[in-house]
Write a protein that binds this ligand. Structure first.
Ligand code: 1CP
Length: 347
């Protein structure tokens, strides 16, 4: 697919604004990363955080899937814990594990000890975004941040968690500490997004990957106000805001009302069921990421169902329902991209 003349004319931004582009735009969460041999090659011997702080490497890794697939948007290569690291929190991203925090946050004193992120902490982000915008031409760049609950889970648990038990124990048992923690992460996330948009990012995505662990009531009481604070600061930047979580069938309305222009839907909720829940907003998603392991004709038949369901939306950005699984064959994603971009939208 030939690149648009400028990001604002791109199918991605048109769909995000609720207009009708000439094809369904497509990109993939975690499109950069271990599924690509060229990524594994440039990452050899370089730590994850080190890579995120090296503008030249960030530009190269972000561009890799754009060159390979011709996707309709790039996503900035970084991680949701990067702004905390840049502000001075002692954490690392361990290969095969994910983010690991040296001293888990449990008390009000721990929360107070987390430094506030300031733009001066992340000059390498500005440099990388500027470099990317130059290379990308008309292809839009999506900036992103981790949402307060999901980032809090790493800080409180000390690393990846399935149950988020310590985090929720804090929410139930020490709501003042939880509130202060989420408010601080929200400020950090908003600052991080502001830096990316100021440098040229065309859209932002707030990843609340683990929000699906919450009941709607707990989400609304303890989490939504903080995500809304991030999205409200992002609103003044004038770029579309995508809000995504996993296992959020019960939360889609609340996630939209937090202030999203586009609601990301995971693969468990068919788009036709999601549409009435998100209201007058565009949607993003939501092919099951394991379908790449099925024969190509099964993959594309299911992709066609997603595109057809998306026709009823205010706008539809095609994506997987969560990130690319590292063992994915890149050739399947190339075929999928081609299929989505050439799918006949007329009629
Ligand atoms: O060494 C490596 O290659 C480490 C793997 C890796 C990568 C490629 C991690 C560690 N982070 C990333 C990059 C990353 N992280 C991107 C890049 C852009 C792209 O999509 O191409 C993005 C958007 C993220 C965001 C992120 N990090 C999320 C939200 C999205 C999601 O997948 O739900 C989360 C939850 C993280 C935490 C994280 N970082 C890394 C891992 C393995 C994890 C998940 C750990 C867990 O299961 O809790």
């Amino acid at each position: 697919m030939s690149a648009p003349a400028s990001p604002s004319d791109s199918a991605f931004l048109r769909a995000a604004r609720g207009e009708r582009p000439d094809h369904t735009p497509v990109w993939f969460m975690r499109q950069a990363g271990r599924s690509l041999p060229e990524y594994r090659k440039v990452r050899e011997g370089v730590g994850m955080l080190e890579s995120c702080m090296d503008p030249e490497l960030v530009v190269e890794i972000t561009m890799q899937p754009v060159r390979r697939y011709g996707v309709d948007a790039a996503i900035f290569f970084s991680d949701i814990v990067l702004p905390l690291k840049a502000a001075g929190v002692d954490l690392d991203i361990k290969p095969g594990v994910g983010p690991v925090v040296a001293s888990p946050v449990r008390t009000m004193a721990d929360v107070e000890a987390i430094p506030e992120l300031e733009p001066v902490h992340v000059p390498f982000i500005t440099e990388a975004v500027r470099g990317l915008v130059g290379e990308l031409g008309g292809t839009p760049l999506i900036g992103f941040a981790g949402a307060p609950f999901t980032v809090a889970s790493y800080l409180v648990e000390g690393g990846p968690s399935k149950e988020h038990a310590a985090t929720k124990a804090m929410m139930f048992g020490a709501p003042d500490v939880f509130e202060a923690l989420l408010a601080k992460i929200a400020r950090t996330a908003a600052t991080y997004l502001e830096v990316q948009v100021a440098a040229g990012a065309s859209a932002v995505q707030l990843f609340d990957s683990w929000a699906g662990a919450l009941t709607p009531q707990d989400y609304r009481t303890h989490v939504q106000p903080h995500s809304a604070a991030v999205l409200s600061r992002a609103a003044s930047l004038g770029v579309p805001r995508i809000h995504f979580g996993v296992g959020t069938a019960n939360l889609l309305t609340d996630m939209g009302e937090a202030g999203a222009d586009v609601v990301g839907v995971d693969w468990r909720t068919p788009l036709d069921r999601a549409l009435p829940l998100v209201g007058d907003r565009a949607v993003q998603g939501n092919l099951d990421p394991t379908l790449v392991f099925a024969p190509t004709e099964v993959l594309t038949a299911r992709a066609a169902e997603v595109i057809e369901a998306g026709r009823g939306a205010k706008g539809h950005i095609f994506n997987l329902g969560h990130g690319v699984i590292p063992s994915t064959d890149p050739d399947q994603l190339a075929r999928l991209t081609e299929f989505v971009q050439s799918y006949e939208l007329a009629g």
